[in-house]
Structure formats: C-alpha cells, structure tokens
Design a protein around this ligand. Structure first.
Ligand code: AP5
Ligand code: MG
Length: 214
C-alpha cells in the first residue's frame, strides 16, 4: 500500500502517518524528519535545507526528489510506504510518478487531512517536538506523560524553530501557493481521499482506516 499524506503544515500528517505505519506495517517516510535529522547531524544537506526551512520556504525540488526516490527503492518499501511531506510541488509529484512508472508501480492513495488555517495557527503554538527522536506532542491534544519530557526516549521537548507564529503564517502561504495544487493533481489521478482533520486524533485515524481498509 503506497500512500501520500497531504495537508497544510500542522494538519496532522505526521501524527496520522505514524499511526498508519504502525497499523499497516509500512515505513513512514517524512522529508521534514529527514531534513531535521540532517540538520542535527550537521550534514551538507542539513546546512542547505536549514536556510530554507527557517524562513518557512520549501527546500528546492532538486534537493528532495532523488532523496525520496532512493528511499522508496529500498528493500523495506517493497510492500508499500507512507509519504509525509512529499510531494509538495507539482514537479515533485511528476518526478515521483515517473520514477514509479519506470518500475511499473503507482501510488494507491493521496489522503488530504483538511484543517482550516485558523485552527492551524493555534495548533502549532502548542506543538512540542522531541530534541532527541523527533516525536511530536501537543500541550493540550497529545500531551507527554511527564511535561517537557519525551515518552519514548526521555529527552527534552522543544518548540520547533519553524513553529514561531510569523513562520507558521509564511508556511501556510507557501502551502496554498505551491502544495494545494496537488489536490487537483491527485483528484485527476483518481486517488484523492479527504478526511476532516479538525476532529480528535483517533477519529481522524478511524476515517483513514475506513479508506485503507481494516
Ligand atoms: P514538515 O516537517 O513536513 O512540516 P509541515 O508540512 O509544515 O508539517 P508539520 O510537520 O508542521 O505538520 P504535520 O501535518 O506533520 O502535523 P503534526 O502531526 O505534527 O516540513 C518542514 C519543512 O521542511 C518545510 O517547511 C520545508 O522547508 C521542508 N520540506 C519538507 N518536505 C519538503 C519537500 N517535499 N519539498 C520541499 N521542502 C520540504 O501535528 C501538528 C500538531 O497538532 C502536533 O502538536 C499534534 O500533536 C497536533 N495534532 C495532530 N492532529 C491533531 C488533531 N486531530 N487534533 C488536535 N491536535 C492535533
Ligand atoms: Mg510533520
């Protein structure tokens, strides 16, 4: 099962992608997480990506596409995967389709997690991310067992650099300009499915499992 998660920044793509990966036993591939891991490790890719990410801009397509195409060709992706944060532009979507077509494959579903901009801004202020493993929490909607400490690895929870209100607004604008056209792209491909992302995390997941099957 090959799935793309679509949605605005903070819509819950990562939250739902993790749950899908666990239930359907497929790898969760988040380009944002890959870039953040590279930033943390001080790689060349990380240094390049950071200059864009800190401004709320997209990293250029040429730094993203090969990375993802290589990743989905790895052995553990044989039975599928869930892409979170990729594709984010029409050229990225076309490059993905082309790479899959050359293997005689295609994506199965593009799931759009719909959340209005007003909800996003309040949500992002409450998000906390683990400085160690990158796990995501929310002060109100998905709290850690012990405040400020990651349930999984015990490291400190922090506000992501790009979650400051002015950067969130910038990311929303970039989303509407560059990523939202993918909704039409995948509607035309016949694989778009929409879910209401404003309800509880478990209710959003229930809708997704109805689409993907139990
Ligand atoms: P990325 O890491 O992908 O960030 P994003 O798309 O902006 O999305 P987020 O991770 O912020 O949100 P999410 O939808 O995953 O929501 P989450 O589940 O955390 O990308 C970061 C940057 O990297 C980009 O800006 C860009 O620069 C670069 N980049 C990445 N991919 C790229 C690409 N392909 N091309 C170019 N550049 C790229 O949830 C948010 C919060 O809400 C959490 O606190 C969560 O607990 C809470 N929450 C989730 N669901 C619910 C719910 N139903 N109710 C209440 N709270 C909820
Ligand atoms: Mg995410």
């Amino acid at each position: 099962m090959k799935i793309i998660m679509l949605g605005a920044p903070g819509a819950g793509k990562g939250t739902q992608a993790k749950k899908i990966a666990a239930k359907y036993q497929v790898p969760h591939i988040s380009t944002g997480d890959i870039f953040r891991a590279n930033i943390k490790n001080g790689t060349e890719l990380g240094k390049k990506a950071k200059t864009y990410m800190d401004q709320g801009l997209l990293v250029p397509d040429e730094l993203v596409v090969d990375l993802v195409v290589d990743r989905v060709n790895q052995e553990d992706c044989r039975n599928g995967y869930v892409l979170d944060g990729f594709p984010r532009t029409i050229p990225q979507a076309e490059a993905l389709d082309k790479a899959l077509a050359s293997l005689g494959q295609k994506m199965d579903y593009a799931i759009d997690v719909e959340v209005p901009d007003e909800n996003i801004v309040t949500r992002m202020g409450g998000r906390r991310a683990c400085a160690g493993c990158g796990a995501t929490y929310h002060l109100v909607y998905a709290p850690a067992k012990e405040e400020g400490i990651c349930d999984t690895c015990g490291k400190e929870l922090v506000l992501r650099d790009d979650d400051k209100p002015e950067t969130v607004q910038k990311r929303l604008n970039v989303y509407h300009e560059q990523t939202q056209p993918l909704i039409d792209y995948y509607t035309q491909a016949g694989i778009l499915r929409k879910v209401d992302g404003t309800v509880d995390i478990e209710d959003v997941f229930r809708e997704i499992t109805k689409i993907l099957g139990e």
